[in-house]
Design a protein. Structure first.
Length: 562
């Protein structure tokens, strides 16, 4: 009898427990021919990765910064493998610098995605930090890039830069650029940074806000837009936190408890300035903020933000109307101790809610192994399952990105790992590509093609409606991970649903498109339909023309009489 009761209890508990997809990731780095490790310059900093389709063949490629190692451009062959193309693509100028972060956008609107790569110093005989420039490469459309750093005005600013992010702050269709900066002056060893060594008044730096001038040049406008605060910047992310359909800017600062806290700038478009609202929204976090993952984890229509940090990370939940945020990291089950860097919201199991991947790594050269985290969203709370799903990597992690490299409908993960400075690090620390082999639900992948808006939809927002559930995705141009850029394709999981009731695109600039009765399990390309030109009222034109003609006729007759 007791056995029967126990069996019944177990059956009841099983019936009441949440049913989740079987999540599994497989390290396929070697099979995919990814052979990369970020080599640090005196410890701590770098590196990042950027997902973009540089040859526009429909398969997403990867650019990965190398620090003191060579950067690498991996062309996706479409068969599960990649080919390294840095030299043939004309990107060898990067080898003169210690590179850090990378992002991509179609800077000149010619249909080909371009690159911006941030640096911290020169590679050979480096002068005192930060005597280096950031790099801009235009895509020539033939598989190669041209270094146009000087022509676009980026050669005038020397800096120790971290993350680069593209956005469209004035909704003119030309991608603008924010670059985070860390130092204005540093003469010590980067591997020995402590609280005491970073508090000098002359060290903290202002970020750069560049306005795109019709794809010809970038003009630095930070002071004019009100971005006058300096800090130990790890970059920022453009995001519409208050749902007013313009791009705000959230900036991450290291050592926020010693110097400058994180900053949230509200875009006052069409006025030409940003207003800092960090304190009133409670987003002025005084932490070591490495990055901010952006996503609407609870599908309430407001973007939430997960900030990585040293020790405890912060999960800032948007409480509505974009007025204030509350840290819910404990209630949501994400209060794990680590040193975290990259973080990515994505619906990895395609059940209709966002999960969370977090890349961890010690302060190299301390070299204590810290496994990465994977938080599965189960009923609005998170359960850490990295070991069970195959993502508990013990490399010294920094940047991370998500994308569907094999086009099978689910999202894969790439994490950039650093070479350990200490010689006895107990785990392999190389960049890894993890293929998503989970048994998942139905899905939809949406790519945007802007006509009046930014060409790849950067700054636009996509919302889908499935029954009573609505989900939103922002297309961000970098920064929603540590010094990296995720795929620009919006991915949605819809579980067992067989139809998407509507897909709504809200383009930067104000255009809005709605598609209905969309079938799942497809890669959907949505081309922007421009606003119709204002119709000419022909009746009034004819009347006006008649009046003018009658007046002219009368004048001619009077002239003849006279």
């Amino acid at each position: 009898m007791e056995k029967v009761i126990v069996l019944l209890i177990n059956l009841i508990l099983f019936a009441l427990s949440p049913i989740t997809a079987q999540l599994k990731f497989t390290d396929i780095s070697s099979a995919a021919r990814i052979q990369h490790v970020y080599k640090v310059h005196e410890g701590l900093f770098g590196g990042g990765a950027c997902v973009f389709d540089f040859n526009t063949d429909g398969w997403e490629d990867i650019y990965i910064t190398g620090g003191k190692n060579s950067d690498q451009l991996y062309k996706n062959n479409g068969d599960g493998t990649f080919t390294e193309m840095l030299v043939s693509a004309g990107l060898t100028d990067t080898r003169k610098y210690v590179t850090n972060g990378v992002s991509s956008a179609d800077i000149n609107r010619d249909g080909w995605p371009d690159l911006v790569i941030t640096t911290m110093t020169t590679l050979n005989n480096p002068p005192p930090i930060p005597r280096a420039i950031n790099l801009l490469f235009l895509n020539k459309g033939n598989g190669s890039f041209q270094n146009l750093t000087r022509e676009f005005g980026l050669d005038q600013l020397y800096s120790f830069s971290t993350g680069a992010s593209f956005g469209d702050i004035n909704a003119d269709g030309w991608p603008d650029l924010y670059i985070g900066n860390y130092f204005t002056e540093f003469t010590g060893n980067l591997g020995n940074i402590t609280d005491e060594t970073v508090v000098g008044a002359n060290q903290i730096a202002k970020g750069y806000l560049f306005l795109n001038e019709n794809g010809k040049r970038y003009r630095e406008v930070g002071a004019g837009y009100g971005l006058n605060t300096a800090g130990f910047g790890f970059g920022g992310v453009f995001t519409d936190y208050d749902n007013d359909r313009d791009q705000d800017l959230y900036i991450n600062h290291d050592f926020g408890y010693k110097r400058t806290a994180n900053l949230l700038y509200e875009n006052k478009y069409p006025s030409v300035y940003f207003q800092e609202v960090g304190k009133q929204t409670q987003m002025d976090l005084r932490i070591n903020s490495m990055s901010a993952a952006v996503g609407d984890y609870n599908n309430d229509g407001w973007m939430d933000y997960y900030m990585t940090n040293i020790r405890f990370n912060w999960f800032m939940v948007n409480e509505g109307k974009g007025k204030f945020f509350v840290n819910r990291v404990k209630e949501l089950g994400c209060n794990y101790v680590a040193i975290s860097w990259g973080a990515n919201f994505a619906d990895f199991d395609q059940d209709g809610d966002l999960d969370l991947y977090v890349a961890n790594g010690d302060l190299n050269p301390n070299c204590n192994p810290i496994g990465d985290y994977f938080f599965e969203n189960i009923g609005g709370k998170f359960q850490e399952t990295a070991k069970a799903v195959g993502l508990q990597d013990y490399g010294i992690g920094r940047g991370s990105v998500v994308f569907d490299y094999d086009k099978d409908g689910d999202l894969d993960v790439l994490v950039v790992n650093q070479e350990a400075i200490c010689p006895d690090y107990p785990a392999s620390s190389v960049t890894r590509l993890y293929r998503n082999d989970s048994k998942t639900g139905n899905w939809l992948s949406v790519a945007l093609q802007g006509v009046e808006a930014e060409p790849e939809g950067i700054g636009s927002r996509i919302r889908i409606v499935v029954g009573k559930t609505a989900m939103i995705r922002e297309i961000d141009g970098g920064g929603s991970s540590h010094v990296s850029q995720n795929t620009l394709r919006a991915h949605f999981g819809i579980g067992s649903n067989q139809k998407i009731d509507s897909v709504i695109v809200e383009w930067t600039g104000g255009n809005r498109q709605v598609l209905t009765n969309v079938q799942p399990n497809q890669f959907l390309l949505i081309r922007e339909v421009p606003k119709p030109a204002k119709k000419t009222n022909w009746i009034y034109l004819i009347i006006a023309g008649g009046v003018v003609l009658a007046g002219l006729t009368g004048w001619v007759l009077r002239q003849k009489k006279s």
